[in-house]
Design a protein around this ligand. Structure first.
Ligand SMILES: [Fe+2]
Length: 471
């Protein structure tokens, strides 16, 4: 796992010609300095006094194999980068012909260097942090190996498996913890969220890499070093599974954002509304201590809560005057339309109840089913509060925002009637604690909004673009 990369939004100001190296950001300083210092001490202790007759060509071989695998990083959601370097480092721990911890520490330090480090796409402290974090993980794995090997009978199946599991755990836990901690500080997201987004989904891949690493060492010692090169095939397959996860997720989020933009494009009055509701709802859910999986579901449902408005006629949706009872009746169908739009997609199906009930009032006076209290899904109770708060605190063409204080007054006035008091309280506490920044944490991609009206105007101005769209 790689822990520190540049933030995608930050311009690349650091180049080969940069005169002054950029300082370590203050939120990362303690972690970066701690990891680098610990890594330097371990490396020094492993090297001095110099171990008797280490087989340097063997060290070089494993370093080269590790470098080859480090050339294929996979960027996971949440800002963590997955590598298949776990396998050769574990192999180096198990290779009894190496002098350890000397060999494995140097292999981890040099072998994990990536093209991005050489191109200076990672800030200098990130490169050092990543390298020494690997040294710490490799050293932890060796410590456990050294401690557990005499206790477990390595010639028996159970003993061998237990040893592999323990060594793999020591390496992976250290490695993942340092990856998640750095990504969490860098992106200002909770560790649990980074874990849920990145590491938890690649756990099986990592376990496979640990066993592959052990097998590589066995083959290298019993058959010969050359034979372990054959393991590049299953290693690349493991990488492929990481890539597929990252791609599938990017595709999924792209679809959600496309759907959300569809409704924004139609209703120019409220553009950006769904995106903000999603962020507010997610922040409330986190404040209420819900699991990261649930929080993500609520964020996605917040993004898509009004998707059913696609099915409502334009003259009703964009009517500047008050809706008559019949029109109101039609407008009130949008949660049902929304649910039926999402239903066919297996990955969007968990959002159906949240979208269907996002206009249910706490006292049972809402629609479409008139559900009451805890019978309304918690996600819907959160979305209705986020929806109302967002609507009151942002400007619309037909009225000005009323501001946070008055919006909270309104929410408090209607708690127990329209809104779940617990949810309103959570929103109040959240803003007291963090201010408006509370809504910034989201994994969802930023959206570039352009309403249909704007698109029409732009096309009228740009004849070439219009011709391209004409097909
Ligand atoms: Fe709605």
């Amino acid at each position: 796992m790689r822990r520190l990369t540049r933030q995608a939004t930050k311009p690349l100001t650091y180049s080969l010609h940069a005169v002054r190296p950029e300082p370590i950001p203050s939120n990362l300083r303690a972690l970066v300095i701690g990891v680098i210092s610990a890594g330097v001490v371990i490396l020094f202790r492993a090297t001095v006094p110099y171990p008797p007759a280490p087989d340097l060509s063997r060290v070089l071989f494993w370093t080269l194999i590790t470098i080859t695998t480090a050339m294929f990083p996979v960027k996971l959601p949440g800002g963590v980068v997955a590598h298949i370097t776990t396998a050769p480092i574990i192999a180096a721990v198990f290779d009894t012909q190496l002098v350890n911890p000397f060999a494995v520490c140097w292999i981890a330090l040099i072998g994990t260097t990536e093209i991005r480090d050489l191109r200076r796409e990672v800030p200098w402290y990130g490169t050092l942090y990543n390298r020494f974090a690997y040294v710490l993980a490799a050293f932890a794995a060796w410590l456990i190996f050294n401690f557990a090997q005499p206790l477990l009978k390595a010639d028996e199946a159970f003993g061998t498996i237990a040893l592999i599991v323990l060594v793999g755990l020591a390496f992976s836990v250290t490695n993942m913890f340092l990856a998640v901690a750095a990504a969490s500080l860098r992106t200002n997201s909770p560790m649990a969220r980074i874990w849920a987004l990145s590491v938890s989904n690649t756990l099986f891949g990592t376990i496979a890499l640990v066993f592959l690493g052990w097998l590589m060492a066995e083959v290298a010692t019993r058959v010969g070093l050359w034979a372990s090169v054959l393991f590049m095939v299953p290693l690349l397959l493991a990488r492929y599974s990481f890539t597929k996860y990252a791609e599938t997720r990017a595709m999924f989020l792209g679809t959600v954002s496309a759907l959300s933009q569809a409704i924004d494009a139609k209703d120019g009055f409220t553009r950006g509304h769904a995106d903000r509701v999603s962020r507010i709802a997610g922040a409330i859910a986190r404040e209420m201590g819900l699991s990261e999986r649930t929080i993500e579901e609520i964020e996605l449902a917040g993004m898509l809560h009004d998707i059913g408005k696609i099915g409502v006629e334009d003259q009703i949706l964009m009517k500047p005057a008050r809706l008559d009872p019949h029109e109101q009746e039609l407008m009130r169908r949008h949660p049902i339309y929304g649910a039926s739009i999402l239903e066919p997609s297996e990955s969007l199906r968990p959002l159906v109840p949240l979208v269907l009930h996002h206009h249910e009032n706490f006292d049972g006076s809402g629609y479409p089913e008139g559900r009451k209290g805890d019978d309304i899904p918690l996600g819907s109770r959160i979305i209705i509060v986020a929806d109302a708060y967002e609507a009151m605190t942002s400007d619309r063409i037909y009225r000005k925002a009323i501001g946070h204080e008055r919006a909270m007054d309104q929410l408090n006035r209607y708690k127990g009637i329209q809104f779940d008091p617990k949810v309103v309280r959570a929103l109040g506490t959240l803003i007291e604690k963090h201010g408006a920044v509370a809504f910034e944490v989201s994994e969802l991609p930023p959206i570039n909004y352009e309403t249909l009206a704007e698109l029409r105007k732009r096309l009228a101005r740009e004849p070439r673009a219009r011709d391209a769209h004409a097909g």
